[in-house]
Design a protein around this ligand. Structure first.
Ligand code: BGC
Length: 417
């Protein structure tokens, strides 16, 4: 009898320990770089959804557009044996960390949620390692956008959004003649590379883009088309204001918002900034794809690092499930400026730019002109991307000729491969 009592007491105590120690819906420490107005609003939606389920959210934001600072912080955390539970990570970076054995999979969550049937196959492939999901995608961002101030365009007598680079240059000349800044830009390597890749797509087309920036084909990298792309990048350099160096991308968006500048070339996270400031697309600001045919894809996702403890493991699974829920994909993307990664979320409540993005995405898939972003870590390993960023930034900040830039870029990529 006494023995049974003792056993019952021990069982009761371990239940109490579980209830007190491990939270019902786990804990996550989330490392991300979403610190601008629109970005913070979007990540706030995820935090709120996680907390509404009883989970504990520890926020680890690392400021710095494009995520380079966040990736440096991540490496330091992993080296120290203390990885965060969930990390904003994408493209080949997911595979690189998975190959090192650093990631937990969330395959069981993916199977219950039927992720295979609701994600575009190209995106699902990026999220998997050895057939199992190790990441959950939150969105589809498009990189090749021009954002414009209708007020500035009007002042300069520019009647329509440019559809060729010649038209872009002519419009930019008019803006400058009217005493306005033609192109709002922040001189940071990832922003320079963002301009560069949109120009490569526009000048060379999707097949050329793929050869040069994804397959790293030496002949493409040394071609006249690449020289022509650098020529157009040089032209863009002449349209930025003298204070561009080091400026954050969202401050450049602010210049368009206030009508000080005519254009910004930036992914649709810029739209998140306009929306967070209460601006209406088509009225307060305009969107159009950069000249050329195609769609440069950038998708944000979260990976789940190898952490221990029931509480953390539970947190990872709850977060993965929430990220892929249709409700979350809707509210998050309404704030972020992107469109849902899931293909089954209705876009009725989304704005004209998002609808355009979706239509162009489908057309690009159909015409095989969908290409992954080099600047936003969707296309090549980090080491190769680093070479692109270094060279493009050097070009942007010097009087290097297009011919020299082309040769130096091809040599650098070859060394990095
Ligand atoms: C990310 C976006 C982010 C942007 C600026 C991109 O690489 O995909 O989510 O808003 O960088 O930080």
């Amino acid at each position: 009898m006494l023995r049974i009592d003792k056993l019952m007491l021990a069982a009761a105590l371990s239940c109490a320990a579980l209830a007190g120690g491990a939270r019902a819906d786990g804990t996550v420490e989330v490392l991300h770089w979403w610190t601008s107005g629109g970005e913070a609003k979007a990540v706030g939606e995820l935090k709120q959804a996680f907390e509404a389920e009883g989970g504990k959210w520890i926020d680890s934001p690392i400021a710095g557009g494009g995520g380079d600072a966040a990736m440096t912080a991540l490496r330091a955390r992993v080296m120290a044996g203390n990885p965060p539970t969930a990390v904003q990570l994408k493209g080949p970076g997911i595979q690189e960390w998975a190959e090192q054995g650093a990631l937990n999979d969330v395959q069981d969550v993916a199977e219950v949620g039927n992720w295979d049937s609701v994600l575009p196959p190209a995106l699902a492939k990026i999220m998997k390692y050895e057939g199992k999901y190790v990441a959950a995608p939150v969105n589809i961002h498009r990189v090749d956008w021009i954002w414009a101030s209708p007020e500035a365009l009007k002042k300069a007598g520019v009647e329509a959004m440019p559809t060729t680079w010649e038209e872009f240059n002519a419009a930019a000349d008019k803006l400058q003649d009217a005493g306005l800044i033609a192109l709002a830009h922040g001189g940071q390597p990832w922003q320079d590379a963002t301009l560069f890749e949109t120009v490569v797509l526009g000048i060379g087309g999707a097949d050329f883009y793929r050869k040069a920036l994804v397959e790293l084909d030496d002949a493409a990298l040394r071609s006249d088309t690449m020289i022509a792309s650098f020529d157009q990048l040089r032209k863009l350099r002449s349209y930025v204001d003298p204070n561009f160096s080091g400026r954050d991308w969202n401050l450049a968006t602010g210049m368009v918002m206030r009508g000080e500048a005519g254009f910004q070339i930036m992914g649709d996270w810029a739209k998140g900034e306009f929306l967070a400031a209460g601006k209406v697309p088509g009225e307060d600001f305009l969107c159009a794809s950069t000249p050329g045919n195609g769609f440069i894809l950038n998708s944000d996702s979260f990976t789940f690092f190898k952490v221990s403890g029931e509480d953390n493991l539970k947190g990872q699974k709850v977060l993965a499930r929430l990220i892929m829920s249709p409700e979350f994909q809707k509210v998050f993307n309404l704030a972020k400026g992107s469109i849902p990664a899931r293909t089954d979320v209705p876009l009725d409540d989304f704005d004209i730019c998002a609808k355009r993005s979706h239509e162009d995405l489908l057309a690009a898939i159909e015409n095989d002109t969908l290409v992954p972003s080099m600047a936003h870590e969707m296309a090549v390993p980090r080491s190769v991307r680093g070479e692109f960023l270094d060279l493009v930034t050097q070009f942007f900040n010097s009087d290097m000729s297009s011919q020299d830039a082309t040769t130096r870029l091809a040599d650098a990529v070859q060394r990095a491969m």
